[in-house]
Design a protein. Structure first.
Length: 324
């Protein structure tokens, strides 16, 4: 065998071995399936269809569910915007997402009965949930993902009002971002055998394109406590990314399926792809999504967006041209 062929074979086998031990985790931002997206689904459309190939090309897929899915309840009177999606929308989530984060400021829009009905619908669709539950312990319980010998603990917290929908000892609701509780949960996940810990945060000020001091303080606290990466959402715009102690922080993924925004930053989101092994995040990139008037996202494959790789300092911009 010639030296060139031998080198090619060695590189190929190394790449295959690396891939066999690497878990590809995909994280989408805010998914709101009422209003425009809900009307699209009711009319027989599918707002997730343009991203179907990307969503299926991963070992595990999660997103933030920015609305209850229910038929009961009454919209909270003290909120400007309240959302509630019809249970038919679950069919569009099946096969695209493995789990949904519930820790956000809209999960409680129609009350606790609607929240519990939401959990029932997504469970019936074979989809897990985290960041919310029937009580405080369940809301703070990690979502455990075990793939290719890797144990991943995913956590989710909200810190945008109203806090009244926080879970209680015997009351359903969401996980609130209290610093001591977040640190305790991360440390407990490590003690329980997590190889990777990733908090998925609902934080920051709406429409602000830069993270605020609170986000920066909390992100560093979580990584110091043992998190391997920090991912955020809620501001309805993307907020860039940075590294802290060599670990990525993606401040806000922005919207993913959402209508009601004029052309501009509110119609741009990122789909995050992480490659994980027992040493942490091996590499990661983002795919830019552009939403139309109805809130349906379409990939912008020649649009630069943040990416990174272990061992390389700083954040780069990458161009995505294909799904593999």
């Amino acid at each position: 065998m010639r030296l060139r062929e031998l080198l090619w074979l060695t590189c190929t086998l190394t790449a295959l071995a690396t891939q066999a031990n690497t878990v590809r985790l995909l994280i989408a931002g805010d998914i709101m399936l009422d209003d425009g997206p809900g009307k699209t689904i009711a009319a027989g459309g599918d707002p997730l269809a343009p991203f179907d190939a990307f969503l299926r090309d991963a070992d595990y897929r999660i997103a933030n569910l920015e609305c209850p899915i229910a038929t009961v309840g009454k919209g909270l009177e003290n909120k400007i915007f309240t959302f509630r999606a019809h249970p038919r929308v679950v069919e569009k989530l099946k096969g695209r997402f493995d789990a949904l984060a519930l820790a956000n400021n809209h999960s409680g829009d129609y009350g606790r009965d609607a929240f519990q009905e939401t959990i029932q619908h997504i469970r019936a669709g074979g989809i897990a949930h985290f960041g919310g539950g029937r009580n405080l312990a369940e809301a703070h319980k990690p979502l455990w993902v075990e793939r290719k010998g890797l144990r991943i603990a995913l956590l989710s917290y909200n810190e945008f009002k109203p806090r009244s929908f926080e879970a209680g000892a015997n009351q359903p609701g969401i996980a609130w971002s209290e610093d001591s509780h977040v640190v305790q949960d991360i440390e407990a996940a490590r003690a329980a055998g997590a190889d990777i810990v990733i908090p998925f945060m609902h934080w920051g000020w709406e429409h602000e394109t830069e993270p605020n001091s609170r986000q920066q303080q909390l992100a560093q606290l979580m990584i110091d406590a043992g998190a391997d990466a920090v991912v955020g959402g809620h501001p309805h715009v993307t907020q860039g990314a940075t590294l802290y102690r060599g670990k990525p922080i993606i401040w806000s993924l922005g919207n993913f399926v959402f209508d009601g925004f004029t052309e501009g930053p509110g119609r741009i989101g990122w789909l995050l792809r992480l490659e994980l092994d027992k040493q942490g995040v091996q590499r990661w990139d983002t795919i830019t999504a552009h939403m139309d008037d109805a809130g349906t996202p379409r990939p912008l494959l020649n649009h630069p967006s943040p990416c990174g790789e272990r061992g390389k300092e700083g954040i780069q911009n990458c161009l995505n041209t294909q799904t593999d």
